[in-house]
Design a protein around this ligand. Structure first.
Ligand code: SAM
Length: 276
């Protein structure tokens, strides 16, 4: 029986194309099209957008994005075995899906879409690749960036770190970088049994939208301060920030040297970054 979008059920697609999940590529597939539509809807209206999807695999999320009316989808997939399955989706939605075979960490995303065209990025990725891509998307020199939003699946633990604010155990470098330039929220959790094969832990969908005018600061300086401060998160700032000026730096910006990294707001981190 065909699925709600008229294409064959994903379980059959996976079987027919021999897409046994590869651990080395972090493959945990979503087969429930209601769930993939819920993820795609979290991204916001898609009909005027080009969606860049990273890691489409057998195409569950890709199908949801297309069925919700995305003008165009550009999908980047590392596993060549998935290409014939994705070609079937492309045939079903003529002219709307372009698949690029390759490693998303090596792709120049901005160059994929003509300047000025609205872009949303949606991905269910292995979490280490996802975290690296997120940091790359958060730290371009020019801001606002080329995309309108990022809707990404992470291990729940990583999701909590992205949306964390000061005085939260999960607060760290990711929370500061995301909080500086975006409005980030944890949209909903996805239990392990929603995936095939099931991972060990719960996942979360995180949605981020760029702030148009974040506090002025050099990304590189903010990286240096957060790395030093959270590298020794249990230590007082006068100790952890010693390589960047320690007590002198803290006195210059009026921050108590006895405080610890996790108590500083994003604004205070920006002040520190601007002072080094
Ligand atoms: N989007 C599909 C879904 O939701 O069912 C698949 C998700 S699976 C967690 C991750 C996908 O990312 C796999 O298809 C895997 O081959 C692909 N992938 C892993 N590393 C990648 C990379 N560096 N660049 C592009 N795709 C990658």
């Amino acid at each position: 029986m065909a699925a709600i979008d008229g294409l064959p059920p994903l379980r059959e697609v996976i079987q027919r194309h021999g897409l046994d999940a590869k651990k080395s590529l972090g493959q945990n597939f979503l087969l429930d099209l209601n769930l993939t539509q819920k993820i795609a809807r979290t991204a916001g209206p898609l009909d005027d957008c080009t969606v860049i999807e990273v890691g489409p695999g057998p195409g569950g999320l890709t199908r949801a994005i297309l069925s919700l009316g995305a003008k165009r989808v550009i999908a980047i997939e590392r596993d060549a075995r998935a290409l014939p399955a994705l070609q079937e989706i492309s045939d079903h939605y003529p002219g709307r899906l372009t698949v690029i075979e390759g490693d998303a960490l090596k792709v120049d995303f901005e160059a994929l879409v003509p300047a000025g065209e609205p872009v949303r990025i949606i991905a269910n990725l292995p979490y280490n690749v996802g975290t690296q891509l997120l940091v790359n998307w958060l730290l371009p020199k020019a801001w606002p960036p080329f995309y309108r939003s990022l809707t990404l699946m992470f291990q729940r633990e990583v999701g909590l770190r992205i949306v964390a604010q000061e005085d939260d155990d999960h607060y760290g470098r990711l929370g500061v970088l995301a909080g500086w330039r975006t409005q980030a929220r944890l949209a909903f959790d996805v239990p392990p049994q929603a995936f095939v094969p099931a991972p060990k832990v719960t996942s979360s969908v995180v949605h981020l939208e760029p702030i148009e005018h974040p506090l002025p600061c050099a990304a590189q300086a903010l990286e240096r301060v957060t790395q030093a401060a959270f590298g020794q998160r249990r230590k007082m700032l006068r100790q952890s920030l010693k390589p960047l000026g320690g007590e002198v730096l803290l006195a210059k910006v009026g921050i108590d040297p006895q405080r610890r990294a996790e108590t500083l707001s994003v604004q205070e981190f920006v002040t520190l970054a601007n002072a080094i």
